[in-house]
Design a protein around this ligand. Structure first.
Ligand SMILES: [Zn+2]
Length: 307
């Protein structure tokens, strides 16, 4: 989505910043009471060639120390086992996103239609959190996520949003991108092309009107789609169709892969649900999510940074 045009100077600066972040993280790691510090020990030879003066490094390190302390305090407030790991900087070059093997639909060239995928090809130790539907509007969840500074991406269904769009506007004001999950959450392959297009384009218009931005990401309800779905999505301005590899609930995880392992770049699904729909609250679900990903050394990335 973003044209990558950078001159050598800005690239060198980007590298120096990454190098600084690694050094500064290593500097604070010894003061980290909650573990996970072995994840950021720099390997030999990673120091930037054009390292800035020590004062700049110290001020950068003290900023990171403050951010680290704030994350630790927020983790304590929300009863997490340890503080979430900070996400790496957005990649300088966007990865090439392709339709996952086995997720193709017959009779089209891959480049014709928006790609359907369950993970982002990256070596960064990140996973992405995506939250669907919109039934539960839990204010504590909004506070928790901004307090912890954990990014996520929402896929909204119009019929669940319309009783309280302000809830999602608050989310949007905190940097969450609101995406398309149809107007009425139907099983799309059971509908004609025209009916599918009404569901998808209708939700594009709804989000544009209510929230001021037209989505570029679409997730079909139940992850079910056919060729008409992808053609309709493309006609409605959709560029990507992200599905998921894992799903987290308030009381458990479910996995697409038989080995039940997180991998770098995995997209994780969950839902706006509360005690009426599952065994717990939104914050309970986030605790389950963060405790696992952090314990396994993963940060939560911002999906839009990789697209
Ligand atoms: Zn859904």
């Amino acid at each position: 989505m973003r044209a990558v045009v950078q001159n050598d100077k800005s690239r060198a600066f980007g590298r120096a910043r990454v190098g600084l972040a690694v050094l500064a993280l290593a500097a604070i790691a010894s003061g980290c009471a909650q573990g996970g510090s072995d994840q950021v020990t720099p390997a030999g030879g990673q120091q930037p060639l054009d390292a800035p003066p020590a004062r700049a490094l110290e001020s950068y390190a003290s900023k990171l120390r403050a951010a680290h302390a704030a994350r630790g305090a927020a983790a304590h407030r929300w009863d997490l086992k340890r503080a979430p790991l900070p996400a790496p900087p957005a990649p300088e070059e966007k990865p090439r996103i392709r339709t996952r093997e086995g997720f193709e639909v017959k009779g089209h060239e891959e480049s014709d239609l928006p790609p359907v995928f369950t993970r982002i090809p990256t070596r960064d130790k990140v996973v992405f959190l995506t939250i669907d539907d919109g039934a539960e509007k839990d204010r504590a969840f909004l506070r928790m996520m901004s307090d912890l500074d954990v990014p996520y991406t929402a896929f909204l269904s119009g019929y669940l949003v319309k009783d309280d769009p302000r809830y999602f506007r608050k989310m949007q004001a905190r940097g969450v991108v609101l995406n398309n999950h149809t107007l009425h959450h139907p099983y799309l392959p059971g509908l004609s092309y025209r009916a599918q297009k009404r569901e998808i384009c209708g939700m594009q218009r709804y989000i544009l009107k209510r929230f001021g931005k037209r989505p570029t990401l679409f997730r079909p309800p139940y992850g079910s789609y056919n060729r008409a779905t992808l053609r309709a999505a493309k006609a409605c301005g959709i560029e990507y169709v992200p599905l998921w590899n894992e799903e987290v609930f308030a009381d458990r995880w479910e996995y697409r892969e038989a080995d039940r392992k997180l991998r770098p770049g995995d997209i994780v699904l969950t839902h706006f649900r509360g005690p009426a729909q599952w065994k717990g609250t939104m914050p309970d679900m986030i605790r389950r999510f963060l405790n696992k990903v952090t314990a396994e050394g993963y940060a939560v990335g911002r999906l839009e940074d990789y697209l």
